[in-house]
Write a protein that binds this ligand. Structure first.
Ligand SMILES: Cc1ncc(C[n+]2csc(CCOP(=O)(O)OP(=O)(O)O)c2C)c(N)n1
Length: 265
């Protein structure tokens, strides 16, 4: 007689409810998929699905609305903070976030993000910094590292020709309208966990009535960087963080309890 061995398999992956069941168009090793998952996990855990309106930007993540099962508005390139401002004003009850790349937020959309931050718009900004224009073929962005080769800086970015990388999140953190600003990464599992906590704090701050909350996430573009996926992850954790240090830059609502605290109370 044969006996069946007990099933010792451990569930290590489950799709969050708000992540749609479809393959993504992202390249292998791209960070957008990880970040979409974090957003879907948080919106699910915080029961925000029915009240959330996301604002998608132009860039590789333009199809974020296909992967997150929530209401979404698509904005013109760089204009997500302006579109989110409109959404916020007509739907004061909604949870509103933008999802923007660095070309979108730190180049063509610089004016929109700076003025939305100055106005202290009650929105959360998810700023995915992969250091280049991924969608259009890997050109130099304002965030490109000095010396970094891109399709429009084949010899490496030179400061005397193309200026210096813009630490835009640090700049935004100076504005009193910004209640929370932090920078995380997706370079390894523990960094992903810390980034999720930052996003949670940013979302909590919006729910608590704060001003703008922004989380910059250092991400990867192996194809645009000419690297393998593991090389790209290592590049973020060893090189990119030297120009863009991780951590919380400002939390102007430190004394406000998080919804996690409330859950646990
Ligand atoms: C008004 C306008 N100008 C330029 C473009 C071309 N364009 C599309 S995506 C993009 C850059 C996107 O880069 P980023 O925001 O860093 O996102 P990624 O693709 O790297 O995720 C540009 C310049 C456009 N779509 N609209």
């Amino acid at each position: 007689m044969t006996t069946l061995a007990p099933d010792t398999r451990r569930l290590i992956y489950e799709r969050p409810e708000l992540l749609t069941d479809r393959s993504s168009h992202y390249c292998p090793g791209c960070g957008h998929g990880i970040i979409h998952r974090l957003v879907a996990e948080l919106l699910t855990e915080m029961h925000l699905g029915p009240t959330t309106i996301g604002v998608a930007s132009v860039g590789c993540s333009v199809f974020a609305y296909d992967y997150l099962d929530i209401d979404f508005v698509e904005s013109p390139h760089g204009r997500a903070p302006a579109v989110a401002t409109g959404v916020r004003r007509v739907r004061p009850d909604a949870f509103v976030f933008t999802y923007q790349g660095d070309g979108d937020l730190a180049a063509i959309g610089t004016a929109e993000i700076v003025h939305a931050a100055a106005r202290g718009e009650r929105i959360s900004v998810i700023f995915v910094n992969n250091g280049i224009y991924g969608m259009t073929g890997g050109q130099m962005a304002p965030t490109t590292l000095l010396g970094q080769r891109t399709t429009s800086s084949p010899a490496g970015r030179e400061a005397n020709l193309a200026g210096y990388p813009i630490p835009i999140t640090e700049m935004l953190a100076l504005l009193p309208g910004v209640s929370y600003a932090a920078r995380g990464s997706i370079a390894d599992p523990s960094a992903i966990g810390r980034t999720k906590k930052m996003l949670r704090r940013a979302f909590d701050i919006q729910l608590a009535g704060g001003g703008m909350s922004i989380v910059e996430i250092l991400s990867t573009c192996p194809v645009g960087w000419g690297m393998t996926a593991p090389e790209a992850m290592e590049h973020v954790s060893k090189e990119v963080v030297l120009t863009y240090p991780l951590g919380v830059m400002v939390d102007r609502m430190k004394d406000s309890p998080t919804s996690k605290d409330k859950d646990e109370a």
